[in-house]
Structures are given as C-alpha cells and as structure tokens.
Design a protein around this ligand. Structure first.
Ligand code: UD1
Length: 425
C-alpha cells in the first residue's frame, strides 16, 4: 500500500489550479441514464471515485469515453446510455463508493426499474439512504429491500409529488431531482440541499430540457418532461479542494494563489479564515491566500449544510487550528463519527479533547512529524496539511483514501515548495 512522506516546515508559495468538483461529477455522471443522447462533461477531475462511477456505468452498458490527458480544462468525459442493458448496481461496485446510489433515481425515472446494492457502513457514520428511498416512494416507486439490495420499480411513469426532506440530504436531493425531471406532473422538493453541486446538477439538467425552478434555494420545483436531450456541461470547481489548499497555505503560514475557482463557493470558510487572521482576497480567476503575517488565531466552527461551514472541511480546519494561537471548539453536526483524525493529529503533538460531537483544540506553536494513518478521504488530507506544517518527517499510511478525492496532490504541492513524495508498495 502506498504511503506519503512529507518533510514539513516550509511555507507553501505559488499557484495551484483547482480541478472540477468530485462530488458534482459523481452526480452529473448518472445524468446520462436519463437520456439516449450523449452527455459530455468537461473539467472532470482524474480521481479514483470518478473511475469507480465510470466502471459502474460501463457495467450497465453505458458507453464511457474519457478524452485526453490532464489539461488546463481538465478531462472530457462522454457518456452514452443508449445501449443500456442492465439496471443493476452490484455490491462489488457500490461497496467501493456510496455515491453509486445516485444511479437509483435516473434508472427508475427512465427505465422503470433499478436494483442497487445497499451501501454498507462507512467510516464516518452509518449514513443510511432511507430519505432517498422515501423521496422516490413519494414519486410512486415501489421499493423492497431484499438480499442486501434496493429493488425498485414503477408501474408506468413516476408521478410528480410533494417531497419534504425532514433533514437536509445532498444525495437524497440529487436522486429526487433527477427522478422528478422525467416524472409526470409537478414535483416540489422542500428542504432541498443548496450545495453548489446541486445547483450544478440542476443547471445541467435544465440544459438537457428539464423544467426546474428555485435553483440555489431550499425549494426546487420540477415540472416533468417526456424526454431529455444531450448536453455539454463544465463541472463546477471543487470547493473542498479549494478550501483544502487554502488551509494548507494558512497552516504553513504561506501564500498561495488558487486558480480555476471562486470565492462564492467557499464563503463560510473564507469568513472563518479571515476571523482567524488569514488574508483571503479575490484574484483573477480565483483566490489569494496569505498567511505570511504569521499569526493564526483559534476560531470556533460548527459544520452545517451549505451555506454553512462544510463537514468536508472540518478535519482540515482542525489541522490549521492545531497550529493556531488560543483554543477553539469544533462541532460536527452532520456525521456522528467524523473525528477519526483526532488520535492521528494527537500523535503529531496536537492538543485536542473530544466532548460528544465537539472537539476542543488548543493550538501549539509547532506540530511534530510522526507516522500516522489515513482513515477516510478528508481525514487523510488533514494529515497532509498537518505534516506540511509540522517540524520533521511525517509518513501517512493508507493514502488510497486520498486518491479517491485529490488529484495529483503531491505534484501540486511540490510545485509550491513542499517536500512530499509517494512511497510505493
Ligand atoms: C454528500 C457528499 C459528502 C458530504 C455530505 C454532506 C457526495 C458524493 N458526498 O454525501 O462528501 O460530506 O454530502 O455535505 O456528494 N442521511 C440520512 N438518511 C438519508 C441520507 C442522509 O439520515 O437517506 C443523513 C446522513 O447520515 C447525514 C446527513 O443526512 O447525517 C447528511 O448526509 P447527506 O447530505 O445525504 O450526505 P451524502 O449525500 O451521503
């Protein structure tokens, strides 16, 4: 298993290009199941999760073609589901990635049936899919759970309905939205997630002919249409990759320009960074982060659905706060078990105490390098940030988690002065 070795202590300086959003691409790819025409996605990041979703779609008979090597515009992905022959998402593919469940809504809407393995447990909590299923049932799907699979079908067409999510769910909103585009009549989705990835999905669906109002709000109104056409759509920039490098700049007291991204995607994070004393400014085609002033102060954070502080930035924020002056409280309100990076940060000298869903972090002038273990995607990148900021050598084990969501992370950091390398095997 690959490991990553970092010699920390050097401020990051330079420019990093931000890729397309993993989480947006993962919901845009199943959109191809809603049409027999070609869906072309540009600004596709080169990530393990994208390959997993591509593999799942190919298994179903979708023609998947990824064009070109890495370029300034990212990769281009052509998807054509006109030859679909199988509506099953098998266990072996779903267990690798929970986002596989996003094929459920589109399959039901256009093909009237779907059999999707139930995603198993997950390192950051139980993460059920009950709200996805309730929303699809409201639209007329008949759903049975048997032999570890979600067996879903619909007599005729899905029917527009009122869908009220009792809790904000990104994936649940995506499944309901995709399904509603081809349902008969009007669907109103209340308490919809407002994440930029949802707006990106809705914008793409609209370009295919879907009738959707309320994009970017908590109420999405969808008037079902008979069919959707092809589309060429650029994936929104990755706000979590943006935030991750912004925090790496801050933790190393460096100065980075992040291009191909925007302030509007990361407002909650930017607010908190500014409160902590980090300079964040808009730059041409992106952001400038400057922490060369030296001092970073402890600032409390509570994770919330968008536009609140993202749970996917909580671990990275904790890495920065471990180096801040003063104490702060970090509260995780989305997932129940998302502090697995804490014991690893503690191995690097961080002073963190967990009380239920909150962690008290007392910053230290310097962390020290250590052998640590990545436990999930965002936890692993938090350890990269801590390693870059720490004195001495850090070796991160189980970095395959990192490859699920961060493209060429070592290359991007090396060009900004980091000493970081991958140790194979
Ligand atoms: C998506 C993101 C993930 C991010 C999360 C929250 C993708 C591929 N993943 O995950 O990176 O951390 O949003 O911003 O886009 N819940 C239920 N029942 C359901 C569905 C969700 O109880 O049927 C709960 C979850 O356990 C969690 C909360 O709702 O506590 C939010 O989860 P959700 O927004 O659905 O997360 P994902 O879509 O899985």
């Amino acid at each position: 298993m690959d490991r990553i070795r970092i010699i920390g202590g050097a401020p990051l300086k330079g420019t990093i290009r931000i890729g397309g959003a993993k989480n947006a691409a993962l919901t845009l790819m199943p959109v191809c199941l809603l049409t027999d025409q070609v869906v072309t996605l540009t600004n596709i990041p080169d990530l393990a999760d994208i390959r997993t979703m591509g593999g799942l779609l190919e298994h179903m008979g979708v023609h998947v073609h990824l064009n070109g090597a890495d370029s300034a515009e990212g990769r281009i992905l052509d998807l054509n589901a006109s030859g679909l022959r199988d509506t099953t998402a098998p266990y072996d593919l779903v267990r690798k990635m929970r986002a596989s469940v996003l094929v459920l809504g589109p399959l039901l809407a256009r093909h009237g049936q779907a059999r999707v393995s139930l995603p198993g447990g997950c390192a950051i909590g139980t993460r059920p899919v009950d709200l996805h299923l309730k929303a699809l049932e409201a639209l007329g799907a008949i759903i049975e759970l048997k032999e570890g699979y979600i067996d879903a079908r619909v007599e005729g067409r899905l029917k527009g309905a009122q869908v009220n999510f009792p809790k904000v769910t990104v994936g649940g909103t995506e499944n309901a939205l995709m399904a509603a585009t081809l349902a008969e009549g009007r669907t109103i989705i209340e308490n919809a997630a407002r994440e930029p990835e949802i707006s990106d999905l809705a914008t793409c669906l609209r370009a295919m002919g879907a009738q959707i109002e309320g994009i970017g709000t908590g109420t999405l109104t969808v008037d079902g249409v008979d069919s959707l056409g092809g589309v060429t759509h650029a994936v929104v920039p990755d706000r979590i990759e943006t935030g991750t490098y912004a925090l790496a700049a801050a933790a190393t007291r460096g100065r980075l320009t992040l291009t191909g991204t925007g302030m509007d995607l990361t407002e909650a994070l930017v607010d908190h960074m500014r409160q902590a004393g980090v300079v964040v400014e808009e730059a041409t085609d992106g952001l400038l982060i400057d922490a060369t002033g030296g001092e970073v102060r402890g600032v409390d954070v509570m994770t919330e659905p968008f536009p609140g502080f993202p749970t996917d930035m909580q671990a990275q924020w904790m890495a920065l706060m471990s180096t801040a002056s003063g104490a702060c409280m970090i509260t995780e309100s989305i997932f129940e078990n998302r502090f697995m990076h804490v014991p690893e940060l503690s191995r690097m000298g961080a002073d963190i105490n967990i009380h239920g869903g909150s962690a008290i972090v007392r910053g230290k002038a310097r962390l020290s390098g250590a052998q640590v273990m990545a436990t999930d995607l965002r936890a692993s990148v938090c350890l990269v940030i801590a390693g870059l900021a720490a004195e001495g050598e850090t070796v991160i084990n189980r970095v395959y988690h990192l490859d699920r969501g961060y493209e060429r992370v070592e290359d991007k950091l090396v060009t900004c002065g980091a000493t970081i390398e991958r140790l194979s095997g």
